[in-house]
Design a protein. Structure first.
Lengths: 348, 173
């Protein structure tokens, strides 16, 4: 696979993923509307739809934020990560629909511009129960729009992965704004135990998973404490690395991944050129290092994608001494071939 | 992610973990909820019970709700009281009960007439008593069930208060 720009490649996995996503969203909305009309016969269809769309977006955003740490904690969740951007775009569309229907329902019947009414209607009154929660939702929607609009690989390649990743980290700001939007909006007016549990419980789960995953990641950012040999830093023992897998170490301020395959060792940057995914958590498939996030591949001794693809990552010199693995902290330019270190030297 | 992005990510999550639960708890703690009629003390939720002679006991349809009623009158003050018990919850947004001096045919489906008098809420199935306006003793009128949420009259029924009061007076020795 390649990060080179091209139109969306649909495959069977994406069809299944998106089919489940569409079915899940429609099923949730049907269940929400049915339950609402059953429990509250006097509720209007517009109000039920506004609430259904809003809670669907919130549930989806909570799920999206859980996927990252879940994948760090247990690799079995990695398939959820594969098409996460489609979840994000769907969530944005749900949030946008919620906003549009809300503005029509609550702000379109006066003599003021509906958008102006929505953004200034409660601004003059400062107490908590009159806080202009619409502004918080609007700000969150703007962030989600920027993320959805730049979600395609074209923007990933154009902006470069670090900038793109920084932009998409704004999802945490959007999440905070949405939690406060609900807390200062819907939850101020009504005693909705279900909504309180949805927001509060989601908050606990999202933050809890991130803190657990972050705690487990913390050790990975400590400097390699091994011996130094001719400028090479010891990172682990050969036996610590399973066949076709990698050992991740912090060398020269960045993480590298030392892969073991076919009796050899090769070291590359741990950062995938696509979305900066953790290559060292992937494995070697068909002779190529394969990123666990989206399946982008690199030849282990060259740090370049197999032809005709053009992605490249830095490579590092590796040595094996007495069953210990040493890596030179100085990286080679991306795509530079480096002779792999042999685990067992051939006896003459 | 590279180390710089990982650090940024870590700080964002830590900041969120410190600020957001506290802010969300604050929004919940600072709620000033409007009490519903079901949460009011009985003395505030229901007007005082009527007393006096029972003029009529009736069961009639008000919109889609069957209600039981007792019409009472105090012989000294001529104050009339309507005791009413819906058999089922009207299940309409903000159901309000009005007394109107108009005939019910003129009311159904339209808005509340300007001379109608609000008696109170008819949510739920509790029995409650509504003092009727003084005019009810001198003329027949009607009851209106109005949904504030839908802004429409859901149903109306005649309330021949003056006729019943006259019959009650005639029946007294």
């Amino acid at each position: 696979m390649s990060a080179h720009y091209q139109a969306v490649n649909w495959n069977r996995q994406k069809y299944i993923y998106d089919g489940l996503l569409a079915g899940g969203v429609l099923g949730y909305l049907a269940l929400f509307l049915g339950t609402s009309f059953l429990l509250y016969p006097s509720i209007t269809a517009e109000t039920a739809l506004i609430r259904g769309l809003g809670t669907a977006a919130l549930v989806l955003l909570t799920l999206i934020l859980c996927i990252g740490p879940l994948c760090r904690i247990d690799r079995r969740f990695l398939p959820l990560l594969y098409n996460r951007r489609h979840l994000g775009v769907t969530m944005f569309l749900l949030a946008l629909s919620h906003a549009v229907f809300s503005i029509i329902q609550f702000h379109a019947l006066g003599d003021m511009n509906p958008l102006v009414s929505a953004l200034t209607g409660t601004w003059r009154v400062p107490p908590v129960d009159r806080f202009p929660f619409e502004l918080l939702g609007f700000a969150a929607l703007l962030i989600l729009f920027l993320m959805a609009a730049t979600s395609h690989d074209y923007w990933l390649a154009t902006l470069t992965p670090p900038v793109w990743k920084s932009l998409h980290m704004m999802v945490y700001v959007a999440y905070g704004l949405i939690v406060l939007h609900v807390g200062l909006g819907a939850l101020q007016a009504e005693r909705q135990t279900g909504l309180t549990l949805l927001v509060g419980g989601g908050l606990i789960v999202v933050l809890g998973l991130h803190l657990v995953a972050g705690w487990r990641e913390r050790a990975g950012d400590g400097p390699a404490a091994g011996a130094v040999l001719d400028g090479f830093v010891e990172v682990c023992r050969v036996d610590d690395i399973r066949e076709n897998r990698a050992r991740i170490a912090l060398i020269g301020g960045e993480r590298v991944a030392v892969f073991r395959y076919e009796g050899k060792l090769s070291c590359v940057s741990n950062v995938c050129a696509h979305q900066n995914g953790p290559l060292g958590e992937g494995k070697i498939v068909d002779g190529c290092i394969t990123c666990p996030w989206h399946g982008y591949q690199y030849l282990p001794d060259r740090g370049s994608s197999p032809p005709p693809f053009t992605e490249r990552i830095p490579t590092f010199d590796v040595r094996v001494r007495d069953g210990r693995v040493f890596v030179n902290p100085r990286p080679h330019p991306p795509g530079t071939r480096v002779e792999p270190a042999l685990i067992h030297r051939v006896m003459p | 992610m590279n180390r710089r992005l990982r650090h940024r990510h870590r700080w964002m999550v830590l900041s969120l973990a410190l600020v957001l639960p506290a802010a969300f708890s604050w929004t919940l703690a600072s709620r000033r909820l409007d009490p519903g009629t079901g949460q009011l003390p009985a003395v505030l939720a229901d007007p005082p019970a009527g007393h006096g002679q029972v003029l009529a006991v009736r069961e009639f349809l008000l919109g889609s709700v069957i209600v039981n009623s007792r019409l009472m009158a105090d012989s000294a003050s001529r104050q009339m009281t309507l005791e009413i018990t819906p058999r089922t919850d009207p299940r309409e947004p903000d159901p309000l009960l009005y007394w109107s001096p108009e005939a019910p045919e003129a009311e159904s489906g339209s808005g509340v007439p300007p001379d109608a008098v609000l008696l109170g809420s008819l949510r739920g199935t509790r029995t409650r008593s509504f003092p009727l306006p003084k005019d009810a003793a001198t003329r027949d009128g009607s009851l209106l069930l109005y949904s504030l949420g839908h802004q429409s009259v859901l149903g109306a029924a005649t309330l021949p208060t003056q006729s019943l009061l006259a019959q009650g007076a005639a029946a007294r020795p």
